[in-house]
Design a protein around this ligand. Sequence first.
Ligand SMILES: *C/C=C(C)/C=C/C=C(C)/C=C/C1=C(C)CCCC1(C)C
Length: 240
Amino acid sequence: MISTILSAVQAMASDDYVGFTFFVGCMAMMAASAFFFLSMGSVEGKWKTSLLVSGLITFIAAVHYFYMRDYWAVVGESPTFFRYVDWTLTVPLMCVEFYLILKAAGAKTGLLWKLIWASVVMLVAGYLGEAVYNTGSGPAIWGLFSGLAYFYIVYLIMAGEAKQLAQASSPAVQKAHDILCKFVLIGWGIYPLGYMIGTEGWYDFVDGIPVDMDVVYNIGDAINKIGFGLVIYSLAVSDK
Ligand SMILES: *C/C=C(C)/C=C/C=C(C)/C=C/C1=C(C)CCCC1(C)C
């Protein structure tokens, strides 16, 4: 596998933005993981698990990025399968982050499961639209289902149960919750854009956008996975 990687690196074309962002993604996710894991030693005990989860999110992504980079270099197609396995592991862990910071205010595992189930529905529907029913109106229909689950998550954290818990939390937790909400609302909003660009059967207005779906997904992952972790990190160092 190493030799495959090396020969693929040598062969990477200078305009291969997908290959390039996969490569940078590997490094960024690894560096972020090292940072989050090593920071665990310098924060209060109550924040250690949150930082551990931040590190796991970027670490799981790093491993998948190595596979995806390789797959793209060798097969030359979008690594849809690895992409969705990665998301199915990391997005529920991002839901765990919400639960962990709100636990002191009384968050119950029921809320956690709602978030996790909604994220699984969102991702399974997205996978079906991208990889299984990816012709005709399939992508639009499954994309809609996926979008509904996404908005349910947005509702839970910005207006529903999680929001109420955040309001009953310390100012530092409240602030972190607000920023994480913005990541979900704006940062996660990058993904449906990539989906529309990359999946046949979507509206024509995105067809002309000269960016590859995987570049959009890779930028989204870097912003959201590392960004989420940094919000948790700054909460952990500011709230003793
Ligand atoms: C680290 C990975 C993250 C945060 C992935 C998030 C993915 C999404 C929010 C995907 C959402 C989608 C829709 C809302 C509709 C179209 C299909 C998806 C799966 C791209």
